[in-house]
Design a protein around this ligand. Sequence first.
Ligand SMILES: [Zn+2]
Length: 636
Amino acid sequence: MEHVQMNYEKIGLKVGLEIHQQLGTPTKLFCNCKPELFKEEPEITFLRKLRPTQSELGQIDRAAYFEFQKGIKILYEANRATSCLVEMDEAPPHPLNMEAVEITSMVALMMKAKLVDEIHVMRKTVIDGSNTTGFQRTCVIALNGEIKVGEKTVPIQHISLEEDAARKTSEESNVIHYRIDRLGIPLIEVTTAPVIKSPEEAEDVALAIGRILRATGKVKRGLGTIRQDINISIQNGALVEIKGVQELELLPLVVEYEVQRQLKLVNISEKLKARKAKEENIKEEFFNVTDVFRHTTCKILRKALDEKQRILAVKLAKFRGLLKQELMPGSRLGTEMADVACFWGRVGGIFHTDELPAYGITAKEVEKLRDAVEADNQDVVVFVADNPENAKDALKAVVGRAREAIKCVPEETRAPKPNGTTRYMRPRPGSARMYPETDIPPLQITEEYIHRIISRLPELPEQKLKRLMEEYEINQKLARQVLDSKYSEMFEIIVKESHVSATTVAAFLTETLKALGRDKIQVDKVSKDQIQEIFSKIGIGELTKEALPNVIIWLSKHENKSVQEAIEDLGLKVISENKLRTFIDKVIEDNKGLIQERGKNSFGVLMSIVMSNLRGRVDATLTSKTLKEKLKEFMR
Ligand SMILES: [Zn+2]
């Protein structure tokens, strides 16, 4: 994208984050199932219809009601290890998982938040089918915390504990497939105040929160285990929520694109007002223009006509040229209209005159179309081919989006795409959708409980960073990498137990393992115990540090084999100092001529001969030292 230097302060950018992190407890939040995802074919499937009761919904939001009206069916998939009757909504939830409550309380106290006196599990209405019950269970654990990010204090509004939802695996026309393995995995939710003022700051704040979560040592890691919702607004724009960004590095770009999108929508709104476009002149008046395209060569329309579908059109007064205005890479105002048309009208897409003639639609047909809807030079015509009901719903949504374009930026929920741009997901849901979970009694939080947690609070990440640098004499970059890696606890244990230099251990646990991972080596198959054992062998001189990568690679390919077996199979058994000296003597003897010719300059060649024979079985520093001595001796 064109990189404009943006004055975010001036445009009044405000960003708030809502971070969802899965906890690494042995069981789920409301039952004893394993909090894991399965890849195999499901053992159990069951079909449900979306049918929320009016009383549960109270003030129902438009999108939810709409989904429900469409008569969508949900096919749930499960296996026995990761789901029981609780996830299937056939049995009541068990009491709250107390370990999850403890981890969440810990995070809250690290963020200086105030724990609630009593935990009340609430039901939050969710009727997209991602919860078999029609609601998500959630409870506030603490309020009004804060974290330091550089010099800035960022208020934390609340810290909650909730159950993760089922995950969508596929979607057919009116059947959505959800896998309920993820349903019930404990999730911690951390919500910041909307005080973030730039795209970079959004990443910094998310990173700082992530570090505190990981400092507990009790959170899951890996893609999909942390998801961030971003609320973004600018002064003349609107509050837009972008849901479920998984990659932290994507955050600044998502914010940047959303700012651009809103600025461009503001600009379009100004243009429309200058053209004297009026919301009341964008009418829900749909024209049957099927006859216009009776002999069309456009393949999509041809196919629709052969299937006896109808083509309906609507006029957007004064919109000419604006639908092709780019808002983000690959997305125009026309794209946003198509998105809402697909969502509300279940159609495949729309056509509009800003992009025509094209797709086999001729200038002549466009002219006839304009006549049919009485459009003048300043107007755009949008049309869609489908059954009349879908086509009408789609065009109604287009009319709604056009009216919003005149007003300004619509409030909505958007979903991120892998390149950092976003697409329409649904209107922003209403807020009054909580009611108490009657199956779980409230839980008192006593002073004693709080004291017990405080006495076991982990170090704050910034303190730990400083301590790692001082205690282990490693530089800040390496200390930061250790802190952010999943091996940060292991680092300290290994250094203390093995006496291998801290820099060697740190570089291995961060850089070497990352590099091996990039080379598609499955380092996760090597257990933490094995890594510790390898270092203790290095510490007592049974293995050289040069051999480390090879041992890891071997173990990653031979599951259930021991470190000792790796060493033997790779022929890495360290040879004794005596044997090393004998070997060096022999190399010197074999290369007498070379040494006489080049003198001490022959060292490099000799060293490479020794190492190519003994690599991984001798320590390089010791070898070099011994070879130097022997060479000196020989030359004397
Ligand atoms: Zn279960």
